[in-house]
Design a protein around this ligand. Structure first.
Ligand code: NAD
Ligand code: SF4
Length: 441
């Protein structure tokens, strides 16, 4: 069994409630942190090598150390719980079953950053979870972990839960901040980064739910010990939400030192491909990361074992690699149509584009229309090159990463599965028959 740091107590009945969480070591990390100086807590986070678990993998300790500290200006911590990346549902699990783990992480993080107000911005579709969080916040407050003069330290903290309204773009940190301020969720141009000018123009750290929950085990075992989990620059454990054509979909905590093959085929995790089918491809980090065909998924282009780490998953760049992203691990079996899959994602990004920049606003709609034509057997060979051109014109030319996220899946699908696009063009009548089998790549 792999070692666990976040879900090690998830099996305990009623761990969602304060008394059970506390009786099982809950808030001991906070107790420890509150006796340290914020600088020492920050040192532990830096030593841990923790990287942001929302998708970008930015070093957390570094982000925290960037926060501006002008005299008399409040600082804010914002917990990004707007988990909307297709295939990603790991933060939902943490908030639903271990709300006090998150609250304890928020307390330690706010203390370290010198923030007295913290906001949890949660996606609108997680309609039942705010009540769970509000109850846990009330219980933590009743027990002296929130409010004024926490545990007699003189530190004050309030946590507020803000519901989103179901827009994917509000998961982008600056759009989230705009939305928290009561405005339309349009991303801002960066820099300035939120650490300098964020919520109400004040220094703000925005971190993902899992990142903030991981602060608790880091304080419990120490940053150095945490860094011994995993390998290389992928320290600690990572939650992976696995879905698609596998036997055991669900949320798994992995130590970042196992192979992709072990993750897909072992009984401890996905339990292999469903219905005795063969693996065709995988999108290992949520819909925004490039799709990888089976032959490049288990081994890198250099013939090395592909590992479940930031480095190994991206090995080879976009030509042969992909990204860890948010850990939304989508597995496709031999019966799945890559063109249809790509169209589904393109439709999503077109729908979710905020419309501020023309390459994204126009390009996502254009890609959707061309893909729809190809998928329906109404496409031309030149449409494949047209698609390639459109995605290239979007990538790197937009305000926020949604543009790239819309472009990469299209680019990777054409790069690795061009023959499936051609097949749709050449076989218009059969275009709705989507069993391509393994021979098609
Ligand atoms: P990013 O690389 O722009 O930034 C990462 C973080 O580091 C941000 O918080 C940013 O403010 C900070 N940062 C970077 N450089 C900085 C600097 N010089 N000074 C101060 N702070 C700095 O990426 P992003 O927009 O935060 O995230 C993109 C990723 O989000 C995508 O790769 C995708 O995988 C993921 N994503 C996840 C979900 C989800 O539901 N979990 C949804 C959509 C996208
Ligand atoms: Fe809006 Fe798309 Fe531009 Fe992002 S890239 S700001 S979603 S139009």
């Amino acid at each position: 069994m792999g070692r666990k740091l976040l879900l090690d107590k998830a099996h305990i009945e009623n761990i969602r409630y304060y008394d059970v969480y506390r009786a099982n070591g809950g808030y001991e990390s906070a107790e420890k942190a509150l006796k340290m100086t914020p600088e020492l807590v920050l040192d532990e986070v830096k030593k841990s090598g923790l990287r942001g678990r929302g998708g970008a993998g930015f070093p957390t300790g570094m982000k925290w150390s960037f926060i501006a500290k002008p005299e008399g200006v409040p600082r804010y911590l914002v917990c990004n719980a707007d988990e909307s990346e297709p295939g990603t549902f790991k933060d939902r699990y943490l908030m639903e079953f271990l709300p006090h783990l998150l609250i304890e992480g928020l307390l330690i993080s706010s203390y370290t950053l010198g923030a007295n107000s913290c906001y949890i911005y949660i996606r609108g579709e997680y309609a039942w979870i705010p009540d769970i969080l509000e109850e846990a916040i009330a219980d933590a407050k009743k027990n002296g972990w929130l409010g004024k003069n926490i545990q007699g330290t003189g530190f004050d903290l309030e946590i507020y839960v803000q519901r989103g309204a179901g827009a994917y773009i509000c998961g982008e940190e600056t759009a989230l901040i705009e939305s928290l301020e009561g405005k339309r969720g349009n991303p801002r141009i960066k820099p300035p980064f939120p650490a300098i000018k964020g919520l109400w123009d004040c220094p703000t750290v925005v971190n993902n739910v899992e990142t903030l929950a991981a602060i608790v085990p880091i304080l419990r075992i120490g940053g150095e010990e945490y860094a011994k989990y995993g390998t290389g620059k992928s320290t600690g454990t990572k939650l992976i939400s696995a879905c698609g054509n596998i036997n055991k979909p669900g949320v798994y905590e992995i130590e970042m030192n196992i192979s992709v093959e072990e993750f897909i085929y072992s009984e401890e995790y996905c339990g292999g491909i469903a219905n005795g089918k063969r693996l065709k491809a995988c999108i290992p980090g949520g819909s925004s990361v490039p799709i990888v065909p089976a032959n490049l998924l288990l081994k890198t282009a250099k013939g090395e074992t592909r590992m479940m780490t930031y480095e190994s998953l991206s090995d080879g760049g976009f030509a042969t690699g992909t990204m860890m992203g948010s850990g939304g691990f989508i597995v496709l079996d031999e019966d799945q149509c890559i063109v249809k899959n790509t169209l589904t994602f393109a439709r999503f990004y077109h729908h979710e584009s905020c419309g501020q920049c023309s390459p994204c606003r126009e390009g996502t709609g254009w890609m959707e229309r061309v893909l729809k034509n190809i998928e329906k057997g109404k496409g031309k060979m030149s449409d494949i090159d047209l698609l390639w051109d459109i995605q290239r014109k979007i990538e790197g030319n937009t305000i926020c990463p949604l543009g790239d996220a819309a472009a990469w899946p299209v680019a990777a699908a054409i790069r690795h599965f061009r023959d499936e696009f051609e097949w749709h063009v050449l076989n218009p009548e059969e275009s709705q028959v989507r069993n391509f089998g393994l021979a098609h790549y």
